[in-house]
Write a protein that binds this ligand. Structure first.
Ligand SMILES: *Cc1c(COP(=O)(O)O)cnc(C)c1O
Length: 227
């Protein structure tokens, strides 16, 4: 896995150290996660806030950083504010406001990524690329949020060109945005099936679950609407 990340980065003329591997631990029980932590894992990504919160409590004795990477309802902002270090699916001003209010109450900050719908599939979460500039304009009002960059889920397709196109759309969104907001340079894109393509297209964070922890019994439709 690390060798493949290195090779993909090198193919793209990038430094392997510019790519962060975020292990995604949904459905993986804490007993196995503790082994990963013993082997050096320091951060975990979870799609659902309830599961993330429960695990963060179960493993509170460990020095772990938690990333919530799935769509969040405004009424769950309080939970994310309580324990998460990072939230990668910011897609509305209402949610930004709810997160900021809860974070201010507990005196915490949160790294956030703006989720972009790069495949234009109607069932996918995220802003349309054209909506991003106005959204970024609104975010400085929420001082507990540190906007780091952008996140996307590519189209699930065996056609590599279609997958690659999604990653290029996100990179293009980022390249435009950094002209006005130099701090939003991160690109979270790529999962078990497509992380090498994502790295070739500039990913600075790949979110990888099954390629690390083995395949999941829970279908993907439990996490995002099927195409
Ligand atoms: C589960 C998940 C991943 C990782 O998917 P794998 O197929 O396990 O690599 C990446 N991003 C999000 C948003 C996820 O929910």
């Amino acid at each position: 896995m690390l060798a493949k990340i290195d090779a993909a980065a090198t193919r793209a003329g990038r430094a392997p150290s510019d790519v962060r591997l975020l292990p995604v631990s949904k459905t993986v029980p804490q007993e196995r996660l503790r082994l990963a932590v013993a082997a050096g894992c320091r951060e975990l990504g979870e799609n659902k806030v309830q599961e993330a919160k429960r695990k963060s409590e179960e493993m509170a004795d460990l020095d772990l950083s938690w990333a919530v990477i799935g769509h969040l309802q405004t009424n769950k902002a309080k939970d994310v504010a309580a324990f998460a270090n990072e939230f990668q699916a910011l897609d509305s001003v209402r949610l930004a406001e709810a997160l900021d209010r809860r974070l201010q109450m507990v005196g915490r900050g949160l790294d956030v990524y703006v989720q972009v719908n790069t495949s234009a599939e109607p069932q996918k979460s995220g802003l349309a690329p054209a909506e991003v500039p106005a959204f970024l304009e609104a975010l400085p009002a929420f001082s507990a949020l540190r906007v780091r960059g952008f996140m996307t889920l590519a189209e699930f397709s065996s056609d590599e060109a279609r997958v690659r196109r999604c990653f290029r759309v996100l990179r293009d969104v980022r390249d435009r945005a950094v002209q006005d907001w130099p701090e939003v340079g991160e690109l979270s894109m790529g999962m078990s099936g497509d992380y090498e393509i994502a790295i070739e297209e500039g990913a600075t964070c790949v979110r990888v679950g099954q390629a690390i922890f083995g395949s999941r019994a829970t279908p993907d439709s439990a996490y995002w609407p099927a195409g």
